[in-house]
Design a protein around this ligand. Structure first.
Ligand code: AMP
Ligand code: ZN
Ligand code: FE
Ligand code: FE
Length: 282
């Protein structure tokens, strides 16, 4: 069984439609894939249809943008939540709207130094999709400023760059509470990915556990080995399960489907704990 629990479609900042993503998952030999677009579940329906067609099981999911009071970015994966839960829906809608304003602010700053307009960025965003820095990166590539998204992130768009602007996002423990209230299974995504920016200390992990956190994404290419040792210890001490995933973004990132996987036992646990919706099987 090959299980990959973190992948994006063009409903956020991946490059493939939800249907194409499922086709890619089948081609990569996956048995199970989770669709986890940023702050949106709009891809679930199309992915479900494709999952049945291609014989891949789909775990409906989402990646929720969060930020601590100190301003550190945290990503929370949610699996099998009720997509219509009002409290959760309200928060992700706030984040999604704030992401749009934030991207526009970043583009105004960038336009002082690069041949870039808001229209150039929107050109790379599928209708209704959650806007992110990768879409700005695509416009910078098209403008010839950088070779690819990766170069755009290292050279221009990083959290340390002068063009970087933050957007509204709920605190991690609050997001965990909302996911549980919606019947979902909350998993802390790439918790020690220090190359992306500052990472949280143990206090935040404890707050998230108290709020109902259930798992940690340990096997992820952005988690350095030293950090993984901490994660394994913390998970064992706090009764959390551990996942492994690719964080696939189609052609937008080097990450390949199935490059990290989750055990069938952990998937069974997620299925048992998630009550907001069901895994889609052929
Ligand atoms: P944002 O959500 O707008 O803050 O942008 C962060 C998103 O960009 C996350 O989904 C990351 O996976 C993605 N990202 C971060 N670094 C890179 C990179 N080097 N190349 C492509 N995408 C990236
Ligand atoms: Zn993404
Ligand atoms: Fe993430
Ligand atoms: Fe992700």
């Amino acid at each position: 069984m090959k299980i990959d629990l973190h992948a994006h479609s063009n409903v956020s900042d991946g490059t493939e439609s939800p249907g194409e993503l499922i086709r890619s998952a089948a081609a990569a030999g996956l048995d199970v894939v989770a669709l986890t677009d940023h702050d949106s579940t709009d891809g679930w329906e199309q992915a479900s249809v494709a999952a049945v067609e291609h014989g891949v099981a789909l775990v409906p999911g989402m990646e929720i943008s969060c930020r601590t009071a100190e301003g550190i970015s945290v990503h929370l994966l949610s699996y099998l939540h009720d997509p219509a839960h009002p409290g959760l829906l309200e928060e992700i809608t706030k984040s999604k709207d704030a992401r749009l304003t934030r991207a526009q602010r970043m583009v105004s700053l960038l336009a002082e130094d690069y041949p870039l307009s808001w229209d150039d960025v929107i050109h790379h965003v599928a209708p209704g999709a959650t806007v992110g820095r990768p879409h700005i990166a695509d416009a910078l590539v098209a403008a010839g400023a950088v070779a690819d998204r990766t170069e755009a992130f290292t050279a221009i768009l990083s959290a340390r760059s002068r063009y970087f602007v933050q957007h509204y996002a709920p605190e991690p423990a609050f997001a965990v509470e909302l996911v549980r209230a919606a019947g979902g299974v909350p998993v802390f995504a790439h918790p020690v990915a220090s190359a992306r920016g500052r990472v949280v200390g143990e206090r935040t992990y404890r707050d998230m556990v108290d709020a109902g956190l259930l798992g940690l994404e340990v096997e992820h290419r952005d988690n350095p080995e030293a950090g993984r040792a901490f994660l394994r210890r913390f998970a064992a001490e706090n009764g959390l399960f551990m996942t492994g995933s690719s964080d696939y973004h189609g052609a937008g990132k080097v990450n390949l489907l199935g490059e990290n996987v989750t055990s069938p036992a952990v998937l069974a646990r997620i299925e048992e704990l998630g009550t907001g919706c069901r895994i889609v099987r052929a």
